[in-house]
Unconditional design. Sequence first.
Length: 82
Amino acid sequence: MKIATGHTVTNDQVVHDFKEVRFLNDAGEPMFEVRIGQDGRSIEVRGINTHSMNGKIYTETLEIRPRYANLVEVRALPYDQE
């Protein structure tokens, strides 16, 4: 399994050699890390650090909500909801 950015439909897909990516908030603080699972057919999503966003503090605790058969939503929980 590989990680790609862009899309084949918009003709801007780029395949990368790395096995994990981090998602940052606007201040550059890491929120989530997504990596390819050791089995090669899964992904692991990890909350990295406590961070702030829009004046609110969020923890590394994750909430996972199934949305459809092929979609889950992963959220960082606000500090006061942990």
